[in-house]
Design a protein around this ligand. Sequence first.
Ligand code: ATP
Ligand code: MG
Length: 252
Amino acid sequence: MGRVIAIANQKGGVGKTTTAVNLAACMAAAEKMTLLIDLDPQGNATQGLGIDKNSLEASVYDFLINDTPASEIMCETEWDNLYIMPANRDLVGAEVELVDVEGREYRLKNQLEALLDEFDYIFIDCPPSLSILTLNGLVAADGILVTLQCEYYALEGLSELLQTVILVRDNLNPNLSVFGVLLTMYQHTNLCKQVIDDVRGHLGESVFQTIIPRNVTLSEAPSFGKPVIYYDLKSAGAQSYLSLAREVIARG
Ligand code: ATP
Ligand code: MG
């Protein structure tokens, strides 16, 4: 049975999508059958894997709302073992339409069940909110990977996020655990070092040893529709995500 990991933080721009795309690509390169689910109407993960979000015949929206089978939505990528369930603006509608659907938090989980045997890892790129979409991600997942940007306000909002994890675990999904906390956009400054100490002090072992540096290659690769390992393997960004993938595999 595959692992399902939701990459989440309600804070915007903290490296969720960059992590989702690049971790998924590294896992696939390690011969793990990998599916990335884009659960964000921004469609950044979709674009990041080279799929045009504006010309989708079906998307995660149809998966959640119309019970369209996964086989009609999943796209192959250019790379072996790597598949994407793409999203675009349509997904905004799902937020509204799910409001009075019974079992609305379980839509993604129920739909995914049939895919668990096909994949070793399913990553879910959540939007920057604690919306019904993110809730669907957390209910479908067995672990949450939280990305924290190395900045002064890194921990801001984290207690609210962890409170949500506890609520989900108590009420909707007893299997949910914190799979790991990843520090992103590290720069060699005293502030960053202080943030790392602080985060490790608060969160201990759950924090990955791998820290993702601020690296321009990571921000360039998406405009070519490529994960960083296929854009510039030698870059610090690519090497850091390969290192993260090794840690993820080691965590099981
Ligand atoms: P949102 O909350 O909007 O979904 P996000 O948490 O998914 O954002 P990303 O889209 O991954 O965050 O990153 C935000 C911006 O920072 C993007 O332009 C991305 O290319 C850039 N970025 C992310 N990680 C790095 C990094 N390690 N080095 C340099 N740029 C980065
Ligand atoms: Mg994102």
